[in-house]
Design a protein around this ligand. Sequence first.
Ligand code: PLP
Length: 448
Amino acid sequence: MNDKTVRANDRAHVFHSWAAQGLIDPLPVAGASGSYFWDYAGKRYLDFSSQLINVNIGHQHPRLVAAIQEQAARLCTIAPAFANDKRGEAAQLIAELAPAPLNKVFFTNGGAEANENAIRMARLHTGRHKVLATYRSYHGATATAITATGDPRRWPNEPVALGVVHFWGPYPYRSPFHAADEAQECTRALQHLRDTIVFEGPATVAAVLLETVVGTNGILVPPPGYLAGVREICDEFGIVFIADEVMAGFGRCGEWFAVDRWGVAPDLITFAKGVNSGYLPLGGVVISDEIADTFRERSFPGGLTYSGHPLACASAVASIQIFKEEGIVEHARSIGEDVLAPGLAELAAKHPCVGDVRGLGVFWALELVRDRETREPLVPFNAAGADANPMNELAAACKQRGLWPFTHFNRVHVAPPCTVSAAEVHEGLAILDEALTVADRYSTAQDQ
Ligand code: PLP
C-alpha cells in the first residue's frame, strides 16, 4: 500500500464521520509511535490532539500492543453472558480507581453508548424522565446522547429523543451570568441550575449530565465548589448525577478520574477513550451501589453483543497497569503544571490574538480573539466556510511545520498524549508560537 492506493480506496469507499464526503481529503497515515504519527512520504506530525483526545498512553505502546497480541492468541471473543477473566479484572481495576460508592461497571463500545446507558439507568432508577445537560457539551452521536449534546452537532439531528433540557454551565471568561470572578460564577451557575430544576419540576428530573471538565466545547474547568454544589443539589432533589469523563478521565486531567481533583463522587461515571487509549473500542459506565441495587431483582433492559469484549478489556487491564507502573497520571499532572501552564502563558503574553489560556493536566485551550478588550472571538460561534479562515490558516500553519493541532471554533486545544515529554511539548509550543502569528494578523492590536 502506498499513499495513492490508500487515498483512492478511502475516497471511493469510506464514508466519513461529520463530513460532507466530497469536500474532505483525509491524510493517509502510515504509522505512529509515542507522540508522533507519519504519512507515506515520511513526514512526521507531533500529535497535539492525541487523535480524538483518546491516545492517552501514546501511539503503539509496546507493552500494550503485546498484551493485545497475547489475549488475541488466548481468547478473542466471548458473549457478555459469560464470566471472563479480563472483563472481571478490568471492572475490578476501574471500580478501585473510581470514588468509593461506585463499584460496578457496565461495558460499552465507546462513549456515546456509555452515556446512552447511564441515562437509561438514571431514568429507571428514579422513575423520572428528564435529563439536564449543558449547552456547551458533547455527549456522543447516538439518539439520546446527541439530544443531550448542547453543541451545534445536535441541530441537524433534531428531533431525536425526548426529555432533555439544556442549561448553562460555568464559563468565567464568557460568563453567562455576568459574573465578575470565579466565586461569583460558581454561586450564580449553581443558582441557575437549581432554578432550572425547580421550574422543570424536580419530580420529573432523572439526571444531571455534566462533562466534569468540558472538552471539545472549550476545556472549561469548573470553578472550585461547582461540582460539590451540583452534588448537593442532586441530593436535595433525588436526582442522579452523571459525570461524563469520556474525554476528561484516565489521566487527561492529571487524575485517574477528573472528579478526584475536587473530591466529588457522582452516582454514575461514563468513560471511554483514555481507558485503553482507543487501541480497541471500549467504554462504559461505573455504577454506584445504590443504582446497581435497583437492578438486583429487576432486569436491566439494555445490552450489547460486545459488552465487555475480552480483547478490549484485556487492553484496559494492561493499560491501567502500565499507567500505574510508569506513573503516567502523575506525569500528565506535572507536564501540565511545570511545562504547559508556563509555556502557554508565555505564548499568551506574546500573541495579541490569545484572549484566554485555561486547562489542567494535558488538557488545555488557547481561546483566540480579535480584540482582548471586547473579547470578540477570532471567528464567530460555529463558523463555517470563509468565516472560519483565520482558524483554518492557523491549523494549516501548524500542519505545515509538523504539528497536528486540535482546533474548534475560535480555540486551539493542546492535548498531547499523557506520556508526552517536556522536550516534545517545547517542540510543539515553538511551532504554535510561529503559527499564532497567522492569527495575530486578524487581531485589532495589529492595526494600532
Ligand atoms: N462524551 C464526551 C465528553 C466526548 O468527548 C465524546 C467524544 O468525543 C463522547 C462522549 C462520545 O464518545 P464516542 O465518540 O466514543 O461515542
